[in-house]
Design a protein around this ligand. Structure first.
Ligand SMILES: Nc1ncnc2c1ncn2[C@@H]1O[C@H](COP(=O)(O)OP(=O)(O)O)[C@@H](O)[C@H]1O
Ligand SMILES: CC(=O)OP(=O)(O)O
Ligand SMILES: [Mg+2]
Length: 388
């Protein structure tokens, strides 16, 4: 059977899906994830009927850590005898100013994407290593890059601008925004289930290990919490989010070098840094420790403030949508964030929220609050099929 492979290498997981070439079958024949990366890799793979093929802790191949999840995936694929890959689609986190739409990867594209590694040091190396590993194993196999940044290219000029000298802006130092494939999916789903709402003023909160929010109107990105890099905005699993740049100057003056600062801001801050316990929301919710509670409270407080900022960019708010691992599954976190947005007219029905209902606000809530499962792989597969 001829198949399409979609690879979504995130900061704490490698998600993937295999589709048949038959365009009438839009669901993947297999989908899976290696999550708990890098320390506690756990694999789960299901087939199109929901049967579990694998659900267990795994040990990853030795060697380059950023490459190990992809090598594990390729070894699993090799064990599936009845599939021949026709093309591959990748989530690539940063497309910079060059790539506003998906692009087939060749040597020149790969070189330009390597140039963006400093703008996404937690993601881009793993994304590109996956492309290279697949190219090595299947020479000549077409590979499509789909970017987290593309969805945000429609933002008004002011939303993309930093208050820096024009010469620095001209180098591409501007706000890009990320998680665009997830936002694209959410908008297309909403257009299917509630077309009249999809055109309104929306804030989508993609709360996973990486977390961002996007203000959307008329189906287009108006503003986002993330900026030049995926460090900006909300507090995340291990990333600090909004930070006074003066803190970095202070730490540099104290002798911290680039590598130490990068480690601190990308890998040692956020939920992990504040709690001193874990970057995983499940661990923090299960903990009685004061620092774990404070980390969750800070996450929600900052998310609440961001909703206010994005509502200002939209000049109003009709619908708030939660998605991503935390947004889809952590009912108490949603409740706390919505409490911070009560003043905007967002209210909560506790029973609906605890049940993870599609709409968790009561009828008549001025702002409708939805919970939607995201599917970045489906968007990548759609882009891939459009180009075959
Ligand atoms: N049932 C749950 N309750 C609370 N948090 C959860 C639950 N399931 C997943 N999460 C959180 O979701 C996060 C991962 O989100 P996900 O979107 O899958 O990650 P990634 O950003 O790597 O794509 C983890 O930090 C985990 O804490
Ligand atoms: C851009 C980003 O933060 O992605 P992830 O959520 O996969 O870490
Ligand atoms: Mg993700």
């Amino acid at each position: 059977m001829q198949g399409l492979l979609v690879v979504n290498a995130g900061s704490s997981s490698l998600k993937f899906a295999v589709y048949t070439l038959d365009a009438t079958l839009s669901d993947p024949i297999w989908r899976g994830a290696l999550d708990g990366l890098p320390k506690k890799p756990h694999a789960r793979i299901v087939d199109q009927h929901g049967n579990e093929l694998i659900n267990q802790a795994v040990s990853l191949p030795a060697g380059e850590p950023a490459l190990a999840p992809c090598r594990w995936l390729l070894a699993w694929l090799a064990s599936i005898s009845d599939i021949t890959l026709h093309a591959v689609g990748h989530r690539i986190v940063h497309g910079g100013t060059d790539f506003a739409t998906p692009v087939w990867i060749d040597a020149d594209v790969l070189k330009r994407l390597h140039g963006l590694i400093p703008l996404a040091p937690l993601h881009q190396p793993g994304n590109l290593l996956a492309v290279e590993a697949i190219a090595n194993q299947f020479p000549g196999l077409p590979q499509l890059a789909c970017f987290d940044t593309s969805f945000h290219r429609s933002q008004p000029a002011l939303a993309q601008l930093y208050a820096l000298p024009q010469a620095i802006t001209a180098q591409g130092v501007r706000a890009y925004g990320f998680h665009g494939l997830s936002y694209e999916y959410i908008i297309s789903q909403l257009a299917d289930i509630a077309p009249q709402h999809a055109q309104g003023k929306l804030i989508v909160a993609h709360l996973g290990n990486g977390a961002s929010m996007c203000a959307i109107e008329g189906g287009r990105s108006v503003a986002s919490s993330m900026g030049f890099t995926a460090l900006d905005g909300l507090m995340m699993g291990t990333r600090c989010g909004n930070l006074d740049p003066g803190v970095m100057l202070y730490l540099m003056a104290q002798g911290m070098d680039y590598a130490a600062l990068e480690r601190l801001l990308y890998r040692e801050s956020g939920l992990l840094g504040v709690s001193g316990l874990s970057s995983d929301m499940r661990d923090l919710q299960a903990s009685e420790q004061a620092a774990a509670r404070q980390a969750v409270d800070l996450f929600c407080y900052r998310a609440g403030r961001m909703i206010g900022s994005l509502a200002a960019a939209l000049q109003g708010l009709d619908t708030l949508i939660f998605t991503g691992g935390i947004g889809e599954h952590a009912a108490p976190v949603r409740a706390k964030i919505i409490a911070h947005a009560n003043w905007l007219g967002a209210t909560l029905d506790e029973g609906l929220n605890d049940a993870h209902a599609p709409i968790v606000s009561p009828p008549g809530s001025r702002v409708r609050v939805r919970v939607m499962a995201t599917d970045e792989e489906a968007v990548i597969a759609r882009h891939l099929r459009q180009r075959l």
